[in-house]
Design a protein around this ligand. Structure first.
Ligand code: ADP
Ligand code: MG
Length: 269
C-alpha cells in the first residue's frame, strides 16, 4: 500500500497541503479531484517523493519514503508530472526509452514496442518529440512512464499521474484510461489527478476531494462523487445521474445563466 499520514506542507508559512492522510491500494485506481490551486499537484509531488514533507509520513509498502534511495523508489512507482519539458531534440522512441533507464536488469526487448503500440505512439517513433501536438506529447510521456512498470513484478507498485489526459481528444482519453485501468491487474495502484469528472467517475474505484489543501471527502466513487460533495468541492452547481449501482455515471454542469430542469440547492454567492 502507498500511505500518507498527516502530511503537511507550507510555502511562506501558508499550508498548501494541510494534514492530509490518504492511502492507495494495489489493484485500485483513485482519482484526486479539486479546483485549481487546491494543492493536488503539491500533494502528488509529496507522494512521489519529489517534495519532502517535514511533517507527516509517506510509506511505500510499509517503507518510509525518506529511507528509500532514488533507484529503489523508481522500482516501486512511476510518475507522470503535470508538465514535462525536453530540452534536447530527442526522437519519440528515445523519450520513451528513458523510462527504462533505471531498470536493474535488461528489459525484455519488446517492452518499448508493446507500450508504444498500446499508447498509439509506435507510428510516431521516429518523429522529433518537439514537433508533436500537446496530446501526442502526453501519450509519449505516458509511454515513457509505463515502460518503467510494464514488466510484471511480484510486489505492489504504484503509478502516479498528474492530469495525464488533459490535452487528449475524447477517444484518446478513453483509450488511455482503459490501458491505465488494465494495470490494476498487474498489482499496481493508480493515483490520477483528473479534471474531467465523467472520466473520473467511470474509470476510478475511489475519489479524494481536495479543497484548500484539505481532504473534504474520500472513499468509493459512488459515495464521494455525489452532486452535493462535488458542488461543495468546486463551488459550482453540478448534477450527477446514474441508473443504478453498475450503470454509468453522468456528471454535468451548466452555464450559470442557463435554465436547468435539475433540482439543486446550489446558490451562486
Ligand atoms: P493544483 O494542482 O490543485 O492546481 P498546486 O498544488 O499546483 O494546485 O498549488 C496549490 C497552491 O500552492 C496554489 O495556490 C499555488 O499557487 C501554490 N504554490 C504551489 N507551488 C508553489 C511555489 N513553489 N511557490 C509558491 N506558491 C506555490
Ligand atoms: Mg496541478
Amino acid at each position: 500500500m502507498l500511505e500518507a499520514k498527516n502530511i503537511h506542507f507550507c510555502i511562506n508559512n501558508k499550508p498548501i497541503v494541510d494534514q492530509v492522510s490518504i492511502h492507495l491500494k494495489p489493484g485500485e485506481m483513485t482519482v484526486l479531484l479539486g479546483p485549481n490551486g487546491a494543492g493536488k499537484s503539491t500533494l502528488f509531488r509529496l507522494l512521489s517523493g519529489e517534495l519532502l514533507c517535514k511533517q507527516g509520513m509517506v510509506r511505500y509498502n510499509g517503507l518510509p519514503i525518506s529511507g528509500l534511495k532514488p533507484k529503489e523508489l523508481a522500482h516501486l512507482r512511476a510518475v507522470m508530472p503535470q508538465h514535462s519539458t525536453m530540452t534536447f531534440p530527442f526522437q519519440v522512441i528515445e523519450v520513451v526509452m528513458l523510462g527504462l533507464m533505471l531498470s536493474k536488469k535488461k528489459y525484455p526487448s519488446n517492452t518499448v514496442e508493446e507500450v508504444m503500440k498500446a499508447t498509439h505512439t509506435w507510428e510516431l517513433k521516429n518523429q522529433l518529440y518537439g514537433n508533436l501536438s500537446g496530446g501526442e506529447k502526453q501519450r509519449v510521456q505516458l509511454a515513457r512512464v509505463l515502460c518503467q512498470i510494464w514488466e510484471i513484478k511480484s510486489f505492489p507498485r504504484y503509478l502516479l499521474l498528474d492530469e495525464p489526459t488533459s490535452s487528449m481528444d475524447i477517444a484518446q482519453q478513453h483509450h488511455i484510461l482503459e490501458i491505465i485501468g488494465q494495470l490494476k491487474h498487474r498489482n499496481i495502484g493508480i493515483l490520477a489527478i483528473l479534471h474531467d469528472l465523467n472520466l473520473a467517475a467511470n474509470y476510478a474505484d475511489n475519489a479524494v476531494l481536495l479543497k484548500n489543501g484539505t481532504v473534504i471527502k474520500q472513499g468509493p466513487i459512488r459515495e464521494v462523487m455525489t452532486a452535493e460533495n462535488l458542488q461543495r468541492n468546486f463551488d459550482y452547481p453540478i448534477h450527477v445521474e446514474t441508473d443504478g449501482p453498475a450503470a454509468p455515471i453522468y456528471v454535468s454542469s451548466l452555464a450559470p445563466n442557463k435554465k436547468s430542469s435539475y433540482t439543486t440547492n446550489f446558490k451562486f454567492a
